[in-house]
Design a protein. Structure first.
Ligand code: NAP
Ligand code: HSE
Length: 441
């Protein structure tokens, strides 16, 4: 068999929120990078074989013994998305011992045993990739390891727990009750199996320990990070913070303290705590389950990474990216020395064309100058309706001798629909001018 055609065998440890997200991507490879179709889930470990799953799966590949999955000779890459410290740590170490690369989303294990794991992986010549362990779907681990490698990192400031950011945002926006929003976060698959890890700041502390290790090049003792959570925060505090021009966020910070001490070691300050963030700071607008990580480095200055920080799809996106990195290297190795890494090199892998602009859909802003006469808004509305353009809002502003100014915001419609509507509207005797037509996000 041509080695390039051989699929890379994956062993999935866990088929919960994240594992199901990963399987959904792998089982629907169409439209994704061609490497996705080169991976194959061979075995899956779960705790309960009888549990109803939200995806169709060949039950013969399920087992309750995760060690069996790691040892399976058809499994070349182990993907650990079961969570907890043990047996997850032992399974990762066993995979490394067996010469298998590992992808894991398990920040609790990496924050505590990262050095032991990376030492073993380096000695065995295998990869342990952890993109999903911090920031959910946000690419932050690889940028820190690779793209920012030329910088001296000074400070990492992050909103890196989706559950607590979701809770604080809902309390701010809707005055929601803390416990109700936490229940919602659990239902949405954002929270850890023990949500205490989220609300007491421990999950964020795991993550800042990992980011700090990558940013500053040396691990610190996870237990020594001062950590405060949000479980005692009242709506009252959030209201006051808002009135004073701040948003309340759970921040995780790792800072390099230069000239701080005489000792040769790099002095770092790490902390996790609820913090008032000024309204004009970029982190103040990060809401809901979103995360953001602001990195200050020399010479880059400030760079911020932003996106969904938890949940099945975003986290699976990061896990699969790691799997593809390893699959790419394996395929390259299998095909002989001359091939390039398919992810690092650039290639076209499908034909693309520009769509007819009339088919492109977006929201629209339209400003019309019309006669200030009864029924104008009705006539305009009818024409939009005939072209199936749904209106989000229509407002009449100042009217004077020259006429009235009407602003229409449409819902998302195709350019063709809006252009045809406006051509017709322009012909209305009451319409003096279509003064502006802009796209809206
Ligand atoms: P989850 O929904 O609780 O799923 C855990 C899965 O592992 C389940 O399928 C469970 O089996 C299986 N499992 C647990 N212990 C097992 C054991 N001893 N043997 C065999 N199977 C076992 O957890 P999750 O939310 O997907 O999180 C998984 C990992 O990803 C955790 O490390 C978490 O911190 C990390 N993570 C999660 C998110 C997120 O948004 N959820 C984001 C980033 C990282 P059953 O299905 O039979 O119960
Ligand atoms: N429980 C975690 C969070 C999952 O809410 O951020 C993502 O790591």
């Amino acid at each position: 068999m041509n080695t390039m055609n051989k699929k890379i065998g994956i062993g999935l440890l866990g088929l919960g929120t994240v594992g199901t997200g990963v399987a959904n991507i792998v089982f629907s490879s169409a439209g994704r990078h061609p490497l996705v179709s080169k991976i194959n889930i061979k075995r899956i470990a779960v705790r309960d074989l009888q549990r109803k799953r939200s995806l169709e799966i060949d039950t013969s590949i399920l087992t309750t013994d995760p060690f069996e999955v790691v040892k399976d000779p058809n499994v070349e890459v182990v993907v650990e998305v079961m969570g907890g410290i043990e047996p997850a740590r032992s399974l990762i170490m066993l995979a490394i011992d067996l010469g298998k690369s590992v992808v894991t989303a398990n920040k609790a294990v990496v924050a505590r045993y990262g050095k032991e794991i990376s030492d073993a992986a380096n000695a065995a010549g295998v990869y342990v990739l952890i993109e999903a362990a911090v920031g959910g779907g946000i690419p932050i681990i690889e940028p820190l390891k690779q793209s920012l490698g030329g910088n001296k990192i000074k400070k990492v400031t992050g909103i890196i727990n989706g559950t607590t950011n979701f809770i604080l945002s809902q309390m701010t926006k809707e005055g929601a009750n803390y416990q109700d929003v936490l229940n919602q976060a659990q239902e949405l698959g954002y929270a850890e199996a023990d949500p205490g890890a989220d609300v007491n700041g421990h999950d964020a502390a795991d993550k800042i320990a990992i980011l700090s290790g990558l940013a500053f090049g040396g691990s610190i003792k996870r237990e020594s990070i001062p950590t405060k959570g949000i479980s005692n925060i009242e709506n009252k505090e959030i209201n006051y913070a808002n009135q004073l021009g701040y948003e309340l966020k759970l921040l995780a910070i790792a800072e390099h303290l230069e000239n701080y001490s005489e000792i040769k070691e790099t002095s770092l300050a790490l902390r996790v705590e609820p913090t008032l963030v000024p309204n004009d700071h970029p982190l103040s607008t990060v809401n809901g389950v979103n995360n953001a990580i602001l990195i200050e480095g020399d010479p880059i200055g400030e760079v911020m990474f932003y996106g969904p920080g938890a949940g099945a799809g975003p986290t699976a996106s990061a896990v699969v990216a790691d799997i593809l990195n390893i699959a790419g290297i394996k395929l390259m190795q299998n095909s002989g020395a001359k091939s390039l890494d398919p992810l690092l090199s650039a290639s076209s892998w499908r034909k693309c064309h520009l769509a007819n602009p009339r088919e492109i859909s977006h929201k629209n802003y339209v400003r019309l100058i019309t006669a200030d006469a009864p029924g104008v808004i009705g006539s305009i509305g009818n024409i939009f309706g005939n072209h199936k353009v749904s209106i989000e809002s229509i407002v009449q502003f100042d009217s004077n001798i020259e006429g009235a100014e009407i602003i229409v915001i449409t819902h998302k419609v195709s350019k063709g629909q809006i252009i045809d509507s406006l051509l017709e509207i322009k012909k209305l005797s009451e319409v003096i001018q279509i003064a502006a037509h802009l796209s809206c996000l």
